[in-house]
Write a protein that binds this ligand. Structure first.
Ligand code: BEZ
Length: 256
């Protein structure tokens, strides 16, 4: 969901097809009911969105990536191109759902304000994304590699991994009651290894380097990470930590 990142639906499916599959528990937390109108914030290629449709809901998906919107439409989803910080809906959804997207949204409060506007009073906001400590080894390795090439990671890191306290505070300030919010460590096997993962997700970091240094930097990152995230048989596991929450819009509306 960042402008620096380009998404290709086929490559995403190969490198990160596990993302919607592992998002099923948050779908269970949403507990979609037939007839509900649901917004899927950051619907990607629509794999999980489709499951909400199949639960009998009327679903709109939004995504920042034209390629992902096209892939979701191919699945028959009402998918629209929209930025998470500029949701253009007004009091029309019973629930907003979001899986594996909000860590890309730097202005978290703008996204939450858009969710508040989009929900009917009493509506639910249920989601999961990278929380505090997510991909800690990867972020540390990227910091070391970029630093070695003269780039301060803080200037280019697009990922937002809040603590439960931080995100709870933002939700409550916007008018939500938080039913649950927790960090869930989830070591995740990577089907195409760390190389595939970095190719799909770490573009904004390497884009900060001159083109001639990027391949070398990718190789250096893999060398650093191999020690901790790759087993003796060459299987890579990513150190994911999810922040999963369920909140309900109470009477008070956020200031616009
Ligand atoms: C995540 O799902 O936690 C994630 C995905 C891509 C980049 C960073 C984090």
């Amino acid at each position: 969901m960042t402008s620096e990142q380009s998404w290709n639906a086929q490559v995403y499916q190969a490198n990160a097809g596990f993302v919607p599959v592992l998002g099923r528990p948050v779908l269970a937390l949403l507990a979609p009911r037939p007839g509900e109108r649901v917004l899927d914030l950051g619907c990607g290629d629509g794999a999980l969105t489709r499951e909400i449709v199949e639960a009998g809901c009327e679903v709109v998906g939004v995504d920042h990536s034209p390629a992902m919107v096209a892939a979701a439409r191919d699945r028959g989803i009402d998918a629209r191109l929209m930025n998470a910080t500029a949701l253009a809906f007004e009091a029309e959804f019973d629930a907003v759902f979001s899986n594996a997207v909000l860590h890309w949204v730097g202005d978290a409060d703008a996204a939450i304000a858009g969710v508040v506007r989009a929900l009917k009073r009493g509506g639910r906001f249920v989601g999961e994304f990278g929380g505090h400590g997510n991909m800690a080894a990867v972020v540390t390795a990227l910091a070391a590699v970029l630093g070695g090439h003269g780039v301060d990671i803080a200037a280019v890191n697009p990922w937002f991994y809040p603590t439960p306290n931080d995100y709870r505070g933002r939700l409550e300030a916007a008018g939500f009651s938080v039913d649950s919010i927790e960090l869930i460590p989830r070591p995740t096997p990577l089907p195409t290894g760390m190389k595939g993962w970095l190719e799909t997700f770490a573009g904004p970091f390497y884009a900060a380097l001159p083109a001639g240094e990027r391949q070398e930097a990718r190789d250096e990152t893999l060398d650093l990470l191999r020690q901790s995230l790759c087993d003796g048989e060459g299987n890579w596991t990513a150190d994911y930590v999810r922040l999963r929450f369920a909140a309900r819009l109470s009477g008070r509306r956020a200031p616009r």
